[in-house]
Design a protein around this ligand. Structure first.
Ligand code: CTP
Ligand code: MG
Length: 228
C-alpha cells in the first residue's frame, strides 16, 4: 500500500491575530508552511503531498514552490472547519488512491515536524488494522473547573495523551468516519466515533502546533537549531 500526505492549510489563524493566515507567516526565512511541506516531501515513503487551501487563498500564488519538487499538489477546496477541509481534500484525491492506501493528515501549523518522526510513525503503523497518530504524554497537572474558573477537581494525567499530527489512517475508512462524525477536532476523533481505537505513537515535544504568538518564537528556535 502507498502513502500520501494531506495538509489542511485553510485556516485563518485567528488566535495569532496576524494580518496573514498564520501558515504564511515568516519563520526562519520562509513561510511557515514551507517548512511543513519540505519535511513531508523529504519522507521517501510519501508519494504525494496534497495541500488543502481555502478557495480564496490570498498567498499561495505569491510564492515559488517548485523547489519542493513534483510530490506537491495544491487543492483549493478548504472548508469552514479543519474537519471540513480534510474531508474536502479526501474527496478530491479519492480517484488517485487505491483501496488500501494510507493518508497522513498533518497540520500546516506544525512546521517543526521532522521527516524521521513521520518515517517512524509509518513504520509503527504499517501493519496496523486501524492506524494511529503521534502523541505526547501530558506533562502538566490538569484541573477541571466550573464556569467561573473555580477548581472542581484535579484530573489524573496518568494515561492522558496530547494528540499531535501526522494522523495516519486508510483513506476510505477515514473518509467514511469523517462523513459520519458530527464535530471532531482531529481524524482520530472521527475514527473513535466509528468505534475503533487508534494507536498512539509517542512523538516529540518539538512538533508543536503554532497557535499563539509565543509559539512562533519557539518554532523558530527549533527550526534554526536543526539547520545549524
Ligand atoms: N485548518 C483548515 N481549515 C479550517 C481551519 C483550520 O485547513 N477551516 C487548518 C489550519 O490551517 C491549520 C490546522 O488546520 O494548519 C490546525 O488548525 P488551527 O491550529 O486551529 O489553525 P487555525 O484554525 O487557522 O487557527 P485559529 O483556530 O487560531 O483560527
Ligand atoms: Mg482553528
Amino acid at each position: 500500500s502507498r502513502h500520501v500526505a494531506l495538509v489542511p492549510a485553510a485556516g485563518s489563524g485567528s488566535r495569532i491575530g496576524a494580518p496573514l493566515p498564520k501558515q504564511y507567516l515568516p519563520l526562519a526565512g520562509r513561510p511557515m508552511i514551507a517548512h511543513t511541506l519540505a519535511a513531508l516531501c523529504a519522507v521517501e515513503a510519501i508519494e504525494k503531498v496534497f495541500v488543502v487551501l481555502s478557495v480564496d487563498d490570498p498567498e499561495w500564488g505569491r510564492h515559488d514552490w517548485s523547489w519542493l519538487g513534483p510530490k506537491l499538489v495544491p487543492l483549493f477546496c478548504g472548508g469552514a472547519t479543519r474537519a471540513a477541509s480534510v474531508l474536502g481534500g479526501l474527496r478530491a484525491i479519492a480517484g488517485e488512491l487505491g483501496q488500501g492506501d494510507w493518508v497522513l493528515v498533518h497540520d500546516a501549523a506544525r512546521p517543526c515536524i521532522a521527516p524521521w518522526e513521520v518515517q517512524r510513525l509509518i513504520g509503527e503503523l504499517e501493519d496496523d488494522e486501524v492506524g494511529g497518530l503521534l502523541a505526547l504524554p501530558v506533562a502538566d497537572t490538569l484541573k477541571r473547573a466550573d464556569g467561573h474558573g473555580r477548581v472542581l477537581e484535579t484530573v489524573a494525567r496518568e494515561r492522558l495523551w496530547q494528540a499531535q499530527t501526522p494522523q495516519m489512517f486508510r483513506h476510505v475508512m477515514l473518509r467514511r468516519a469523517l462523513e459520519d462524525a458530527a464535530e471532531v477536532t482531529d481524524e482520530a476523533g472521527a475514527i473513535e466515533a466509528a468505534g475503533l481505537h487508534p494507536k498512539l505513537v509517542q512523538g516529540d515535544a518539538s512538533n508543536l502546533k503554532v497557535t499563539w504568538p509565543v509559539d512562533l518564537y519557539l518554532a523558530e528556535r527549533i527550526l534554526e537549531g536543526r539547520l545549524e
